[in-house]
Ligand binder design. Structure first.
Ligand SMILES: [Zn+2]
Length: 82
């Protein structure tokens, strides 16, 4: 597994995978500054169980995010919110 970090915008299709958390934060801040969007990030290499736990805990409050098979793809659905 890698330590890739996925930066995923909640308000548009912006999505970027970087290999370091520091870069992820920069990409996140850059996009938020330019667009005013709400950008989230998560570690791409974490165990799916971790993603599942986060979804179950309602961290995101995103319907459908509890799908353990596509934890990354589900984050794109956030553009339906708000
Ligand atoms: Zn965006």
């Amino acid at each position: 597994m890698s330590d890739d970090v996925v930066v995923d915008c909640e308000d548009c299709a912006f999505r970027e995978t970087v290999d370091a958390l520091g870069r992820a934060r920069l990409a996140l801040a850059d996009h938020e500054t330019k667009t005013g969007h709400s950008v989230d990030w998560h570690i791409g290499g974490v165990d799916s169980g971790v993603e599942q736990a986060g979804a179950d805990a309602g961290v995101c409050g995103i319907p459908g995010a509890e799908n353990p098979d596509t934890p990354l793809l589900d984050w794109q659905r956030t553009d339906e919110e708000e």
